[in-house]
Design a protein around this ligand. Structure first.
Ligand code: PRT
Ligand code: ZN
Length: 284
């Protein structure tokens, strides 16, 4: 039985539980249960605050965990990052009041920076030879410059709207983060095999999220052009005859971003009735 630590509630909880569902792992959690066994896969889920996940994995209380790379870097525990999930994406940045003129990293010399991520910040300051004072604060970091608690902040940014609302501007993007799977270092062969199966299923669900199955009707006279517009990543599309012998149906799998790039071109050469269908899983 493999034990996985995940966030008990919050941003990561939503993304992780959705991914597990898509990976076919059934977990019926009654309200606030802390440890729940899957009914169809040899794993049990341990629900924790995200801050506690790296240490719980390092100590072997959980075998693996799903947590933001930002927490992994901040905690500095002796654990392995074994898969990037590309979920709960954000970055950690230094921001200062909008009205101030920023002249580069040396502007931060002698300043006070408020943050909940002192270790990552210290590494950045040391690497850039900046002597600044780090003020550790938990929660509402973005209001600190306005109440005189610091000259700058170092915090998580996603859309950037929290910075805008608080009259701050991003001046240094220090690290990018996404949800990652972390693992303890000493795991039995048996558990490693379960982890590998799990990572395989996660990857299939993640690949599917990025791709769409598309179908369209194309005039046979323009089939060559239609095929040439589809990106090379759309491996050998399926061509199906239609009752009207001047037309055929083209089916393929595309990355969603490519779809938006080629839709206009496809219509120009006569493609019609373009259907886009979500894919549940892809095994590459
Ligand atoms: O209770 P627990 O300790 O488990 O939860 P938490 O409050 O510490 O974490 P939570 O659920 O807020 O975030 C968990 C993880 O999600 C973080 O560690 C990041 O890896 C990731 N993540 C992704 C984010 C964001 N996006 C995010 N936008 N975490 C926090 N934010 C906050 C940020 O702190 C800031 O206040 O959102 C605000 C900025 O958002 P924008 O969109 O306005 O820029
Ligand atoms: Zn937290």
């Amino acid at each position: 039985m493999l034990r996985i630590a995940i966030q008990s509630k919050g941003r990561l909880y939503d993304d992780t539980t959705t991914l597990m569902k898509e990976a076919g792992i059934k977990v019926n959690r009654s309200e606030r249960a802390l440890l729940v066994r899957s009914t169809n896969f040899p794993v049990e889920i341990l629900y924790l605050r995200d801050d506690d996940i790296p240490q719980t994995v390092a100590s072997g209380i959980a075998d693996i965990g799903v947590v933001g790379l930002n927490e992994v870097m901040e905690r500095g525990e002796d654990i392995e990052t074994i898969q990037h999930l590309g979920l709960s994406k954000c970055h950690l940045s230094i921001a200062i009041p909008k009205s101030l003129e920023y002249t580069g990293p040396q502007w931060l010399n002698g300043k006070q920076i408020a943050t909940s991520y002192p270790n990552i910040l210290k590494k950045y300051l040391d690497a850039n030879n900046i002597k600044a004072q780090i003020h550790i604060i938990t929660g509402s970091v973005e209001i600190t410059p306005h109440i005189g608690l610091g000259d700058a902040i170092f915090d998580i940014v996603s859309s950037g709207s929290t910075l805008v609302t608080n009259n701050l501007k991003e001046v240094e993007r220090v690290m990018d983060s996404d949800a990652v799977v972390v693992a303890r270092k000493d795991m039995t062969e048996n558990k490693r095999a379960i982890v590998n199966e799990l990572l395989f299923r996660f990857q299939a669900a993640i690949d599917a999220q990025k791709k769409k199955y598309i179908m369209m009707n194309a005039p046979k006279a323009h089939l060559k052009e239609v095929l040439s517009i589809l990106p090379e990543s759309a491996k050998s599309p399926t061509i199906i005859p239609l009752a009207d012998e001047n037309w055929c149906s083209v089916h393929t799998v595309l990355e969603e971003k490519h779809f938006w790039e080629c839709i206009g071109e496809l219509k120009k050469v006569g493609a019609q009735g373009i259907l886009v269908v979500p894919i549940e899983k892809i095994v590459l």
